[in-house]
Design a protein around this ligand. Structure first.
Ligand code: B12
Length: 512
């Protein structure tokens, strides 16, 4: 190929129905990869088949229509089977198309993918921009792939990984192709009027959490952007693309306190009006106690901290360097500053029982986050905890590796039992939230009502909550709330319909 290469970046049509209930999220990695492929001379199209809800047949039509030279597909572990299928489709339509996979799963499992799947030509390992740009340039110029660090491919049919590529030194030198994002598509359901971006102020994680992939992917490194450049980017996204809500993709945005405080100060000074959702660590919230008013003033509205377990022994197994009491305090602080607090618990280790899950739910209520999710521990084949979990793996179907469906079989539970208990855990937690809605400030109450409606209408939890209501285990306060809204609670044993529950919530906070 000695002309301008045409590149199609496709999100696999994978859905696990949890975070997707909260909004329609843009593919940030493709904004970055597209920017750099374009700088290398390619014509690039981003095709977000996942957010469009497209099927593999529709993806085939898009590929046929665009006739790309290169098809790039992202794959976290749960998306791997669908990513392979997209590559297969591209090869079926034109065997000359070069298919490339990237992201955390192929970074580690490149050998297995290239050995098993003739439809995948290459894997970009680790941080993608430079390697992908070199690949695209090499393909366009007919150059060999052997010299490109960070790339894995086949040589004489044998999978080979070139030298690793060190992480790029300067994140501010990266140039995301914001103009290739189809902005009107992306929004955050609790604030439907607000266009949603995902942005990055830093990359990496220095922690050691044994169940997580991110510290492995970034080799326990961390790099932050200049506060001025990051805040200027938010302003650009607001002014040029109408962004009103932004989620930080950062694993740990607050690590460097001086940098973080400068970001907050700039956001306050410039009054960007962009609402920020972010994830951070319990220790950083405790460290930043005096700074929390600045978080709020800067527009931070939602803080997720991974508590992971209420049991110190499990926290030690997870190598989560946090104490139970610290997590409770961090959540209290987030709440006290009127930000939405969210956390998750990673359950389902081999020693888990129905009773231990119920204890965790009770403790989760006592911790007091606004939102809590009870996740199934998932044995990423490249995570530190993998060898310990491996003998307990019940399925190798990666589509189920989504933190929602159990993959590990606890010694004393069947797979059906652990699945049911995990669902019940989240259902019980949010039912408790119904009861406490009256204790919240009007703003938080509006937000929580919007969240509860979303859970009921868009996720598997809706069914769980309606089923609980129908089982006569509905708390008195909820019964009263329904009665006030003119809804007769159903007979015991019959589920409440989603519409009734949602309209009861409407009565509670009509403008949510
Ligand atoms: C944003 C995000 C999402 C968005 C994704 C939007 C989108 N289309 O991209 C949403 C909210 C939809 C989402 C959903 C899910 N997510 Co998510 N998500 C993230 C998050 C917070 C940031 C990812 C990101 O944008 N990073 C910034 C970019 C720049 O980095 P990057 O993605 O690594 O990309 C670079 C390289 O990997 C590489 N690269 C990536 N893709 C490709 C493709 C090609 C062709 C090439 C060449 C290179 C390349 O180049 C990029 C630039 O350097 C991460 C956690 C984190 N902090 O990283 C979790 C994370 C990726 N998600 C995770 C999970 C499990 C899920 C869900 C299954 C959860 C669920 N049950 O709902 C779902 C799956 C999607 C679905 N439809 O059901 C896990 C994956 C774990 C794993 N090892 O597999 C993570 C790591 C969270 C965690 N800590 O466990 N997620």
């Amino acid at each position: 190929m000695s002309r301008r290469a045409k590149v199609l970046l496709v999100t696999p049509p994978y859905h696990s129905g949890v975070v997707e209930s909260a909004g329609v999220w843009m593919p940030l990695h493709y904004a970055y990869l597209a920017g750099h492929a374009r700088r290398a001379g390619a014509e690039v199209r981003i095709y977000d088949a996942m957010s469009l809800g497209h099927t593999h047949e529709q993806i085939a039509r898009e590929i046929e229509d665009y006739r790309p030279d290169v098809v790039g597909v992202t794959a976290i572990t749960a998306m791997e089977p669908d990513a392979r299928l997209v590559c297969r489709t591209a090869k079926r339509l034109d065997p000359r198309t070069v298919t490339v996979m990237g992201n955390v799963h192929p970074t580690f499992c490149w050998h297995q993918i290239l050995a098993e799947d003739p439809h995948v030509d290459a894997v970009v390992r680790g941080e993608g921009e430079t390697t992908f740009a070199h690949l695209v340039a090499a393909l366009a110029g007919g150059a060999r792939l052997d010299g490109i660090p960070g790339l894995a491919h086949r040589v004489d049919g044998v999978p080979v990984s070139n030298a690793p590529r060190p992480f790029g030194p300067d994140l501010d030198a990266l140039e995301p192709a914001w103009d290739l994002i189809d902005w009107p598509r992306y929004f955050y359901r609790p604030r439907p009027e607000g266009r949603l971006a995902i942005v990055s102020s830093s990359r990496g994680c220095r922690q050691r959490c044994s169940f997580c992939s991110q510290q492995k992917f970034w080799e326990r490194s961390w790099r932050g952007r200049r506060p001025e450049a990051f805040v200027a980017e938010l302003e650009l996204l607001r002014d040029r693309h109408g962004v009103r809500v932004a989620m930080l993709s950062d694993e740990t945005p607050t690590v460097d306190q001086r940098r973080w405080e400068r970001i907050l100060d700039l956001l306050i000074e410039r009054q960007t009006g962009v609402e920020l959702l972010l994830e951070t660590r319990v220790d950083d919230i405790l460290r930043d106690e005096a700074l929390l008013p600045k978080y709020r003033a800067a527009g931070v509205s939602h803080v997720y901290v991974g508590v992971e377990s209420t049991n110190q022994a499990t926290l030690d197994l997870y190598k989560k360097d946090t104490k139970v009491a610290e997590s409770k305090r961090a959540i209290e602080l987030i709440n006290a500053h009127e930000m939405v607090s969210e956390t998750s618990f990673v359950l389902g280790t081999p020693d888990e029982t129905a009773e231990s899950i119920r204890t965790t739910v009770e403790l989760a209520k006592w911790y007091g986050p606004d939102m809590a999710f009870f996740l199934a521990i998932t044995p990423w084949p490249y995570a530190d905890l993998y060898p310990e979990l491996e003998p307990h793996i019940a399925t190798r179907d990666y589509r189920r590796y989504n933190l929602v469906e159990p993959v590990i079989k606890p010694l004393g539970m069947t797979m059906e039992e652990i699945q049911r208990e995990l669902h019940l855990a989240t259902g019980h937690f949010f039912r408790d939230k119904f009861e406490r809605l009256g204790q919240l400030s009007p703003e938080k109450r509006r937000f929580m009502v919007a969240v509860l409606k979303l859970l009921i209408e868009h996720s598997y939890l809706g069914e769980e909550m309606r089923r609980m209501a129908g089982h006569g285990s509905m708390p008195e306060s909820v019964r009263r709330m329904l009665a006030e809204a003119g809804i007769t609670p159903p007979e015991a044993g019959r589920p409440l319909d989603a519409g009734s529950l949602a309209s009861a919530l409407d009565r509670l906070a009509p403008d949510a």
